[in-house]
Design a protein around this ligand. Structure first.
Ligand code: BGC
Length: 744
């Protein structure tokens, strides 16, 4: 009898257990609330704090798996110039290289959102096929100052160009069913003391510049995630700012994804979670402890906890890991290399072309100078660097294009590079490549080379990246070796009746005004990705007609840029008292809205190359400017005709000059842009650009609202911010305004 009772009890226990198991929900798209209800507090908290794993070696971070509820781990890895993962794995008989696409500043130079979307459609395929759920990109802080070390990861000094590019970037990646993370939100415009710096910015500059690009990207691109930045904004860490992450991002802009921290742990995890920062990355046990304690004490309410968990689950159900996508680890790198090359071709900028020096024929004997002709700067350093299988350099690319290179010179640079890298290996540390010594060539050798060759091509390189800003001497400005070499090349080649071409293979803006007269032509590919050197060679020989334009001004002197007064370009660790160092612990954005061309154009300050500038091998005529006002703004059309002898594309930039009275405004502001298709000589195309009344608005701090004044607006159709071809105007009948929910 006893035995029978025992068996009966055992059966009952088994039944109850399997009943309970059956009632544990497994995450589906339509049962998020049920899953939340079944989660323990510990499980909820674990979902809000990142995990470590080796699932995809080299990925930057992970979210936690909760197996019993069918919640998979998801994988986050860096961009923006391509996917950043480790290329080799122990025991694997294959490699995991990714494509190094052109950097963001070059992509923005295309002024072609469609092109950007094509690029990131290919990039997103690598994200998917290598088993990653979210690419930690686009980087989209503004080019406030030319020295910011991460400018190459960002697009432009202008929020409209930056926002449109980022939106296109996001659309392309997310087409693949993987996510993006628009970063670093917000006002993260310097690397020095980046974890602690307090960016002090007026509400107007924030709204019109530093938040505007994010607003466009969030509304038009709909990123799955946003990454809050390390820095403070007007006294509060951005990751702890309820105003920024909830009132603005979600309530005002309609963002419906998750916010994650940038990769560091701040003390006040609880404040971050309450503010709407759903995910702490990379995640530390102490963050879980703090969250648990705050939930137990009631400091974090159940609603707040569930809100963040709900956001996380809504994110997770979109991911490939949730879909159990069977990734191949074999994206088509060959095809993507072609996409990268084409993108560079469509974006390279021609800054100078005296006497039609370019295009060359392509079969010339060319003397190729500069250490960066071998050590080509494809991307930058830090988390924005991509592990590519190969980076084409200018020697390879020019030879492939048909040039015959001066062999002695080519060998000399290969040797210099080999010696430098061998020394690096021996010392166990990489040379800071920004200061990779340029290897000088003697005057005597240059004299001889000028006789032996048809043309000189000098590659000037600059590299930078996360964690450090650039400096003025030997970086923004040429080093003395570079200057001397350029002078000697210029003197000797010109004496021999030959031309000098400079290629600016730089991650950012450099000083050009003092030396540009020494070159006949200047080509700017920025850091154009692994195939970029081929694109440069194709521009040099005319296989490609350049159509890129500057997304950022080249000032004459560094100090001409208004933010330079408040940028830590002379930072010394030992200087000042910790916690109160100007430009280090805090940075006053004293220049307000007067950033880039907004300042230079309005104040008639001469620049070396203006925002929006770029030459072509052909010429374009603008005709029939038309502007039609409607109740929501205006539509503009302009006809562009190729009046030269070579097929080419033209970017038309539409600037608006607002009526006088009301808020003080820049002389002109970019409000739209469009790029023609490839126009054959004689061919025309009519471009259409639409601008809404809201997009015309400026931010009035007194009324806490966006305002578009009534009156006569001038519409300027320009080939650059300083080269307006034709104008039209329209009248805005009524003043319109849009109040906002939050000020800082
Ligand atoms: C960078 C981010 C990056 C993250 C993960 C941080 O240091 O600021 O841009 O996504 O690391 O690697």
């Amino acid at each position: 009898m006893k035995k029978i009772c025992f068996i009966a009890l055992l059966c009952l226990a088994c039944c109850l257990n399997s009943f309970a198991q059956k009632n544990i929900p497994v995450l589906r798209e339509d049962n998020i609330e049920e899953v939340i209800a079944a989660m323990t507090t510990e499980e909820k908290v674990s979902l809000l704090v990142g995990a470590s794993s080796s699932l995809v070696p080299g990925a930057a971070g992970y979210t936690r798996e909760i197996e019993r509820l069918g919640i998979p781990m998801t994988v986050l890895a860096d961009g923006p110039a391509g996917l950043r993962i480790q290329p080799k794995r122990d025991g694997a008989n294959q490699t995991f290289y990714c494509t190094g696409f052109p950097t963001s500043t070059l992509l923005a130079s295309s002024w072609d959102p469609e092109l950007v979307e094509t690029v990131t459609t290919a990039m997103g395929n690598e994200v998917l096929e290598y088993g990653v759920d979210v690419l930690l990109a686009p980087g989209m802080n503004l080019h406030r100052n030319p020295l910011c070390g991460r400018n190459f990861e960002y697009y432009s000094e202008d929020p409209l160009l930056s926002g449109k590019m980022a939106a296109a970037y996001i659309r392309g990646i997310q087409k693949n069913g993987v996510g993006t993370s628009a970063k670093h939100f917000a006002a993260n415009n310097q690397e020095i003391n980046r974890l602690e710096n307090d960016a002090r910015v007026s509400n107007r500059a924030l709204r019109e510049l530093y938040l505007k690009n994010f607003e466009i990207a969030v509304k038009e691109g709909k990123p799955w995630t946003v990454m809050s930045s390390y820095n403070k904004l007007n006294g509060d860490y951005t990751q702890q700012s309820q105003g920024l992450l909830t009132t603005l991002l979600r309530d005002e802009w309609g963002f419906d994804g998750i916010v994650m921290t940038d990769w560091g742990v701040k003390d006040n995890t609880v404040k971050s979670a309450k503010a709407g920062n759903d995910l702490m990355e990379p995640g530390r046990p102490v963050e879980e402890e703090r969250l648990l304690a705050a939930i137990n004490s009631g400091e974090i309410s159940q609603e707040e906890l569930d809100r963040n968990v709900r956001n996380m689950l809504n994110y997770i159900i979109r991911t490939p890991h949730f879909r159990k996508y069977n990734y191949s680890n074999k994206p088509d790198l060959k095809a993507h290399a072609q996409v990268a090359r084409k993108a560079a071709e469509e974006s390279i900028i021609l800054l100078k072309n005296e006497g039609n020096t370019l295009p060359l024929k392509g079969n010339e004997k060319a003397a190729l100078y500069g250490i960066n002709s071998v050590d080509f700067v494809a991307i930058g350093t830090g988390s924005g660097e991509v592990n590519t299988a190969h980076i084409a350099n200018m020697q390879e690319a020019m030879s492939a294009a048909g040039f015959s290179l001066d062999e002695d010179l080519a060998e000399y640079y290969c040797l210099c590079y080999a010696t430098q890298t061998a020394t690096e290996k021996m010392n166990g540390s990489a040379i800071d490549k920004r200061h990779r010594p340029e290897s000088s060539v003697s005057l005597k050798a240059i004299e001889r080379q000028a006789q032996d060759n048809d043309v000189a091509v000098l590659v000037l390189g600059r590299i930078a990246g996360e964690g450090a800003d650039r400096v003025v001497p030997d970086d923004f400005e040429l080093s003395s070796i570079e200057r001397e070499m350029l002078q000697n090349i210029s003197m000797n080649y010109h004496k021999a009746g030959k031309k000098v071409v400079v290629v600016l293979n730089t991650v950012g803006v450099i000083e050009t005004a003092s030396w540009k007269h020494l070159a006949d032509a200047i080509v700017l590919p920025w850091a154009p990705g692994q195939e970029g050197a081929y694109a440069v060679a194709d521009v040099l020989c005319g296989k490609v007609n350049p159509s890129g334009k500057l997304p950022t001004t080249f000032p004459i002197n560094y100090m001409d840029t208004p933010s330079s007064k408040n940028f830590p370009y002379t930072w010394d660790m030992t200087q000042g008292r910790r916690g109160n160092r100007k430009n280090v612990d805090f940075t006053d954005y004293e220049e307000g809205i007067w950033v880039g061309y907004r300042y230079f154009q309005t104040n008639n300050v001469e620049v070396s190359y203006p925002f929006g500038y770029g030459l072509s091998y052909t010429t374009f005529n603008y005709s029939k400017p038309k502007v039609k006002a409607d109740k929501d703004g205006f539509t503009a059309t302009i006809t562009v005709t190729n009046t030269g002898k070579m097929a080419g594309r033209e970017v038309v930039e539409l600037y608006v000059a607002a009526p006088a009275g009301g808020l003080e405004k820049p002389a002109r502001e970019l409000k739209a842009f469009a790029k023609t298709k490839l126009l054959a000589p004689g061919e025309s195309e009519t471009l259409t650009m639409k601008v809404s009344a809201y997009e015309l608005a400026s931010f009035n701090e007194k009324t806490a609202s966006w305002e578009t004044a009534a009156g006569e607006y001038k519409v300027l159709f320009g080939a650059s911010s300083a080269d307006i071809h034709t104008t039209a105007s329209f009248r805005m009948k009524k003043t319109q305004s849009w109040p906002v929910k939050i000020m800082w």
